[in-house]
Design a protein around this ligand. Sequence first.
Ligand code: BEZ
Ligand code: FE2
Length: 401
Amino acid sequence: MKILTAPYIFTPLGFKENQAIVFDKKIIEIGTHQTLEKKYPNAIVTTLPKNSVIYPGFINTHVHLEFSSNKTTLNYGAFVPWLESIIANREVLANNSKAMQEGCKEMLHSGITTFGAVSSYGLDLDVCRTSPQRVVFFNECIGSNPEIIEVLFNDFLLRVDTCESAKSDMLIPAIAIHSPYALHPNIIKKCIALAKERNYPISAHFLESPAEKEWLTAHSGPFKKFFENFLGVSKPVTTIEQFLSHFKDTPTHFIHACEASYDELLILQEGSHSIGHCPRSNKLLGCKRLEIENIQIPWTLATDGKSSNWSLNIFDELRAALMLHPTDDIKELAYRLMGSITHQAADILGVSCGKIKPDMSADFAIVTLPKAPQNPADIALWTILHTNNATQVYIQGERYV
Ligand code: BEZ
Ligand code: FE2
């Protein structure tokens, strides 16, 4: 048993001062260090450096580890040219285990103890299985062309089964539906049926770019040429409404939603869905700002992959979000952002972590502020502005940083 004691702890109810946590693999109790040391005399006590804050380990709900080797290869600025560059370069980029391991390490040092890995080819399974972090492994299904969907779906099922046989409390199988434009409705139905049968979390890219919206609503724009050249089709396989109707009874983590209208957001709200918000990725691929100030449903901040980002460090993403979004109250925005990568993300992925509360996994990201905060209410803001990496990181009670 171990005790961590710090001047500040981030709980779902806000920052608590001068508290300690006793834990083994799970959190056992929170209280003053005097009380806990008396009650658990054999526990190993660590007093954290002054001005330290204990956060629950951070959760990055959306990353594409397979593309971790990209630095200067892909074409940024607009979505369809970027997608074409992914298709042209996926073989060179996607099979680099060392880059994937470095990506996991970069996330770990920034305090990420759980991540949602969208896997296109299953090449990241071993890296995820052996990484210290908890991974929700989103096996991705793609394919809109009825002539080849059978083959693509069988390949997807094989990847799901391989993942299922590697399942543990730290590797959670899940399903990712690529997007409305790249998946045939019959396959979406099969994916959702499988997810329901096995109780898998589901994620899907949704209304990311202006090009996607134009293709789905007006059958025109940059995607028209793309689909004519790539698959010889001039109409999308679905409408937005039809796509969303598949998820009616299945809460899903929709990624991006930058182009979602008021009515589409309402459908997401009625379906108990959530949004993954990747501001740096959106900016680099020529997509709109997600107007988080108008969003009533739960959302998380996530990095996306290095296919559309320069780092997987969650503090880089937090600072970008803080700078990007207009707000009357920057302290409140900072506080919401920290909640989005902890308790909010845990509820969305259905994992027993992300909260400093008894019975939760003992996953901690400890941050040390450069000076004492004048006002404890401002700690989230100081954390985002002054942190590049966590000082210490624990997963299931073991220290990894
Ligand atoms: C498709 O199968 O429709 C598709 C595949 C890759 C990218 C875009 C679309
Ligand atoms: Fe993505």
